[in-house]
Design a protein around this ligand. Sequence first.
Ligand code: ZN
Ligand code: ZN
Length: 263
Amino acid sequence: MRVIFHGVRGSIPASGIEFSRYGGHTTCTEIMTDTAQIILDAGSGFQNVTLANDRPIVILVSHFHHDHIQGLGFNPRLFSKQSEIFICSALCSKDSTQSYIQQYYNGTYFPIDLLSEISKLEIVSFNELKSIFARDLTIESYNLSHPGGSAAYSITTSTAKLCCLLDNEYREDQFQSLSTFIDEANLTIWDGMFTADELQQYRGWGHSSMEQGEAFLERSNCKRLAITHHAPYRTDIQLDAMQQSFKDTAIFIAREKQVEIYD
Ligand SMILES: [Zn+2]
Ligand SMILES: [Zn+2]
């Protein structure tokens, strides 16, 4: 399993020299397995994904806040690809997924009607998706705490397991069920939008802190934890300082273009 972080920001992209090392694109993580290319969320980082030619592509959407879908129409390869491309969200039905994307990319907020233009984009329900890939992949979901809801995903191959917990306002009463969900994961992706201090002012906004990620890693049996969905105002220097403050070397602040391999 190869993991590439194509976008590590939350809310809106960040531009400027002070954000250049960690990167400014909104959230998008690519997971390449032997049998599928899975894209977790299509924030603006999605424009830089090299879409696979030799295996099906799955775009898994956690929820439809704009930082998770705003890049979908901006990957030029999407318009020329012959591979099958599935779009799916465990958050809602197939019809709702279709309707949310249609509303966003319909000629009003975007120049063309994306779903009509690209006929190979196939929207499927989460159960359909699971059965399509059942032979090679186990894909599971978990309901996170976020305004409007958000779906966590776990993807397990014969060699590795990855979990993505975006977007989530962590609550202590999630610990047991989340620990079960991420059990023995090689990598867990954590919503680190806020610092512990900031979180006091932003209760109810649907995000966690980086410090909560570190505490969660300590108590769970996840092997590695990536902090992502960085606030758009969080500078490289601040992220470096946070990285240095972590005592556990299994936690890292994700950077755009970072590649992780789990075999
Ligand atoms: Zn978000
Ligand atoms: Zn959100």
